[in-house]
Ligand binder design. Structure first.
Ligand code: PMV
Length: 316
């Protein structure tokens, strides 16, 4: 441990093939494979330094973050990690369906690996990040990433500049979500009559989506991504208690985007465990997508980003 402190940065990723539900064994292992795109512009910056006891600050305020505490205790079972002061900042809303846990754990695993000289490979950092939040495993990589068994370490499928898509995010609420992904997944697994069908349908779609990305087949990627998103929300809605992460603005955006694609534009939607709508499109279509989404009732803000790189140590 040479440097006084180590700072790492990571970006959120958005799953096009969604993971929702965990395996019934330790390690925070997803029940399904997933495929994602890592974004640019939205960034988590995390600094770790030696301390007498662990402490966590988020955007400049001391916080009790049980997710980070549990992950640290878990990581310390396998690695020499001393008490740390952790300072983390997001330049975008936290816990509002913009995947701040993904960039957060990817940045933290990368900062700790560098600071404590754990000497992990990208796969090793991905596995560490996954134990904090499974989607974080994918934010270790830039561009298009997959996460699947048997090792459940994410890999890069294609770099960001191989297919520089745009993502227009329509923010329809900045309130934190009512039910966390972890709790929501447990509800779906426990109580939805569709859970097993979801797992097998997702496993079946994984190879097709990988091929669509490698062929840069936008129409096929659009079809598979929207199907995965709607199946995941169908699963969420079919549990007890039923989970409905959408608001009226979410639905307006979805309908508008479907219309735009029918009119010939390269665009499709995806929605995670929150009400924001992410429209994935090709660069020439981004302006039309922004204008359309801005005009939808309930849309508070629009954010256009591209595809970005993986998690890196930036200082230390
Ligand atoms: O890994 P978590 O707890 O952030 O859950 C992620 C769940 C979704 O974002 C809805 C889907 C996904 O694969 O990222």
């Amino acid at each position: 441990m040479s440097a006084h402190s180590t700072t790492a940065q990571a970006h959120p990723n958005i799953a096009l093939l969604k993971y929702w539900g965990k395996q019934d064994r330790p390690g925070n292992l997803p029940a399904t494979p997933s495929l994602s795109i890592t974004l640019d512009t939205l960034t988590t910056t995390t600094t770790v330094r030696h301390a007498r006891t662990d402490s966590i600050s988020l955007n400049g305020e001391a916080v009790e973050d049980p997710g980070i505490r549990v992950a640290l205790a878990d990581w310390r079972r396998d690695h020499e990690i001393p008490p740390l002061a952790i300072e983390t900042r997001n330049n975008f809303p936290t816990a509002a369906g913009l995947a701040s846990s993904a960039s957060g754990f990817a940045a933290l695993a990368t900062a700790i690996d560098g600071h404590c000289r754990l000497g992990l490979s990208a796969g090793g950092r991905s596995a560490l990040a996954r134990r904090g939040s499974a989607s974080a495993a994918r934010s270790i990589h830039g561009g298009f990433a997959t996460l699947c068994g048997p090792d459940w370490q994410a890999s890069q499928l294609m770099s960001a500049d191989s297919w520089p898509l745009k993502v227009v995010v329509a923010i329809t609420s900045s309130a934190p979500k009512a039910v966390s992904s972890r709790d929501g997944m447990a509800i779906s697994r426990r109580s939805s009559p569709y859970f097993d069908a979801w797992v097998s349908a997702t496993a079946g779609a994984f190879g097709s989506m990988r091929d669509a990305v490698l062929r840069r087949d936008f129409a096929r990627l659009a079809e598979l991504s929207e199907a995965s998103c709607l199946r995941m929300h169908g699963l969420m809605m079919s549990g007890d208690p039923a989970l409905l992460y959408w608001n009226a603005g979410t639905l307006s955006c979805i309908e508008a985007l479907r219309g735009l694609r029918q009119a010939g534009r390269n665009v499709f939607f995806t929605v995670d465990a929150g009400p924001q709508v992410k429209a994935v499109c090709t660069t020439p279509d981004a302006r039309a997508v922004e204008e359309l989404l801005r005009a939808q009732p309930g849309v508070q803000d629009i954010l256009t980003v591209g595809l970005g790189g993986g998690a890196v140590v930036v200082d230390g």
